[in-house]
Design a binder for this molecule. Structure first.
Ligand code: NAD
Ligand code: TYD
Length: 339
């Protein structure tokens, strides 16, 4: 079996590369990644030492490059993690999000049809459902919920999901889609809430909380996301959507306070800053479909996962220095100075 993993130099993709290489000694992995600011070869250093692993630098929206790679490697399964993934950046530059997330997905779908790939799995997000009110804890996202995106990021992911479903209906492309809640764990780029707070708290820098910090996210340790995708590509029914969630809702302020406590820092570092435009209030996933069909359950509790993540960042400070040394400095200044 040969699995093509796009976006494998990024956070979840890299965790999935390592998960597959370890779990399936008989599988080959071909990683396709454009190495944007979010993709880092240092992340794949150990994988590159494995003979079953091949890396190709390519943009998923580049049809010629993608077809050449598929022609040469003939993957059985394609798992698409490649995306522009950060909401705040999508507010600055929506166009790039439409290009990568929608057109890139279309190019991959066409290549899957051309080379008779047996399964195309689209890694999507709970953000395509929009948000839920804070005062209705009884409401959760099911797979039947209509798409209702709030940000250019979530709109581009919703557009891609619709395209994936249209390819199933029109061309019979054997697709599956997973919509997962917020992930955290090793190798996450420190622009997202948890690694940004860990990295700032380690340096005793201010911890910028948007608005009042009341927004709620459902947090899942990245390894639990990997086990869910593993089950879906092997057992999921073509044409189906599967929600994945941690059953682990926390306000942003709770998350930041927990990080501060584990690191033994002062809560005085917490700084309330201007809210994100269009900021989604609450995400909550009903993951009963994947639980019933495939017996999937998240294994890592939030406190345990967070401790493991913090330990990883403490032990890998050089990785943080390297990934944040270039373009990130300008982004951080634009996003947080005078906010
Ligand atoms: P990430 O930003 O850490 O990594 C994205 C990777 O894609 C990077 O390696 C980048 O170089 C690569 N990439 C970007 N544009 C590309 C292009 N045009 N061609 C090829 N490669 C390109 O993202 P992540 O957090 O690992 O998310 C992976 C996927 O999971 C995304 O599709 C995202 O929408 C989805 N998702 C993320 C979360 C989360 O909490 N992080 C939750 C649910 C779903
Ligand atoms: P983020 O990690 O960007 O994920 P998403 O917006 O896709 O859920 O943000 C998680 C939550 O944390 C979100 O409600 C925005 C908030 N947030 C802050 O309060 N401060 C920050 O510096 C960042 C990056 C996010």
């Amino acid at each position: 079996m040969k699995i093509a993993i796009t976006g494998g130099a990024g956070f979840i993709g890299a965790n999935f590369v390592y998960y597959i290489l370890e779990k399936y000694p008989e599988y080959d992995v071909i990683c396709i990644d454009a190495l944007t600011y979010a993709g880092n070869m240092e992340t794949l250093e150990s994988a590159l030492a494995d003979r079953r692993f091949v890396f190709r630098k390519a943009d998923i929206a580049d049809r010629t490059a993608i077809c050449e790679i598929f022609e040469e490697h003939r993957p059985d399964v394609v798992v698409n993690f490649a995306a522009e993934s950060h909401v705040d950046r999508s507010i600055e530059n929506p166009e790039l999000f439409l290009r990568t997330n929608i057109l890139g997905t279309q190019v991959l779908l066409d290549a899957c049809n051309k080379y008779s790939v047996k399964r195309f799995h689209q890694v999507s997000t709970d953000e395509v459902y929009g948000d839920l009110p804070l005062d209705r804890p009884d409401l959760m996202f099911t797979e039947e919920r209509p798409l209702h995106a709030s940000s250019p990021y979530s709109a581009s992911k919703a557009g891609a999901d619709l395209l994936v479903q249209a390819y199933y209906r029109t061309y019979g492309t054997p697709v599956t889609i997973s919509r997962c809640s917020n992930n955290y764990g090793p190798f996450q780029f420190p622009e997202k809430l948890i690694p940004l707070m860990i990295s700032n708290a380690m340096k005793n820098k201010p911890l910028p909380v948007y608005g009042k910090g009341e927004n709620v996210r459902d947090w899942l340790y990245v390894e639990d996301h990997c086990t869910a995708i593993d089950l879906i590509i092997h057992k999921g029914r073509p044409g189906e959507v599967y929600n994945i969630g941690g059953n682990n809702e926390r306000t942003n302020l709770e998350v930041v306070r927990t990080i501060v406590r584990i690191l033994g820092r002062s809560e005085n570092l917490i700084t309330f800053v201007k809210d994100r435009p269009g900021h989604d209030l609450r995400y909550a996933i009903d993951a009963s479909k994947i639980r019933k069909e495939m017996g999937w359950e998240p294994r890592t509790g939030f406190e345990e996962g967070l401790k493991r993540t913090i330990e990883w960042y403490i032990s890998n400070q050089q990785w943080i220095e390297h990934v944040t040394s270039g373009e990130y400095q300008g982004y951080y200044a634009r996003m947080y100075e005078n906010r």
